[in-house]
Design a protein around this ligand. Structure first.
Ligand SMILES: CCCCC/C=C\C/C=C\C/C=C/C(=O)SCCNC(=O)CCNC(=O)[C@H](O)C(C)(C)COP(=O)(O)OP(=O)(O)OC[C@H]1O[C@@H](n2cnc3c(N)ncnc32)[C@H](O)[C@@H]1OP(=O)(O)O
Length: 280
């Protein structure tokens, strides 16, 4: 409690204000001087995206809009893992009602993040496989700390990246590079990701990443907000519409693929291999 008060006091002095008071799995703060919001994922141990975390991310994105944020930095409180992607336990031997809600919330969160009116920057301060990579790809600018990995590795798990995951990557690195990376399930090192254009900047640590992210958002200070946001909408509309118009089909396809016995078997082996690794 004392620590909380001390932290709040320190944040107030530096002009950082806490939003989303009820959130537990994310923290949303805003810098009152710049209007830039920071959304930090904080679901231990690895920010895997389960229904509850997705719900909080989605609410925080709306809150940042309602608060007229000038920009948003997406990052993790865990220096080591940005996000481990979708929580595999949501997809392994799933409860049908819950897994439907989970996928629908994932769709909603991606649609919101992909279309925010404000500029978005991912400060990728750790590994970022699959769904973690999707979050980063949905931002307008990616800054990554050295010595980590990022990519859409679904094929390695015996599952498939849905078309909107694929489109998000194609829009950033193009068809040829995406085809090679996705079919192999390749995880890029920070250096490789920079070379292929998957990330825009390499930094030494999160603090440097945050400074660079603020500088990126500051570039838009003199660009009229609505002109910028409408341009972004039109640039991204085709990609988003392809999901918006087919959400039900996308959900059914996901359920069909993920409940296949061979997909369940692959997920089961994968969970076991992660657990074995963790106990070594
Ligand atoms: C139109 C529709 C098309 C149909 C599509 C159908 C299906 C596909 C659907 C969706 C696509 C899928 C997207 C995904 O995001 S799948 C998830 C992919 N993620 C990964 O492969 C990452 C796995 N994790 C790791 O590689 C590592 O954990 C790490 C992120 C590099 C971090 O390493 P670190 O050493 O720091 O941690 P540990 O490995 O020791 O892990 C700690 C702890 O966390 C558990 N864990 C890790 N990742 C996940 C996860 N994604 N979900 C759930 N749990 C995870 C791990 O098992 C350990 O648990 P323990 O209990 O042992 O402590």
């Amino acid at each position: 409690m004392a620590l909380l008060c001390f932290q709040s006091l320190r944040m107030l002095r530096s002009g950082i204000r806490c939003m989303s008071q009820n959130a537990q799995l994310v923290s949303l703060t805003v810098n009152d001087k710049t209007g830039v919001a920071t959304l930090s994922l904080q679901r231990p141990p690895v920010n895997s995206l389960n229904l509850e975390l997705l719900t909080e991310i989605s609410s925080a994105l709306t809150e940042a809009t309602d608060n007229n944020s000038r920009g948003l930095i997406l990052t993790s409180t865990n220096d080591g893992v940005f996000s481990a992607g979708l929580d595999i336990l949501e997809m392994y031997k799933p409860n049908l009602d819950r897994v439907k809600e989970f996928w629908t919330k994932l769709q909603e969160t991606w649609i919101k993040l992909y279309q925010t009116a404000y500029p978005t920057v991912a400060v990728i301060n750790g590994h970022s496989p699959a769904g973690g990579c999707l979050l980063a790809l949905s931002c307008e600018h990616r800054i990554m700390v050295k010595n980590f990995t990022i990519g859409l590795n679904e094929t390695r798990l015996g599952i498939v990246a849905p078309p909107w995951f694929i489109a998000s990557m194609v829009n950033v690195i193009g068809q040829r590079q995406s085809e090679r990376a996705l079919t192999l399930g390749h995880m890029f090192t920070t250096e490789e990701a920079k070379n292929v254009g998957l990330i825009d900047e390499i930094v030494q640590n999160k603090a440097e990443g945050t400074t660079q992210a603020e500088a990126f958002i500051q570039k838009f200070a003199k660009i009229p907000f609505q002109a910028r946001s409408l341009t972004k909408t039109w640039l991204r509309n085709k990609t988003v519409e392809s999901l918006v118009k087919n959400r039900e089909d996308d959900l059914n396809m996901f359920l069909q693929v993920v409940t296949q016995p061979n997909a369940q078997e692959s997920l089961g082996h994968y969970i076991q291999s992660l657990k074995n690794k963790a106990t070594k």
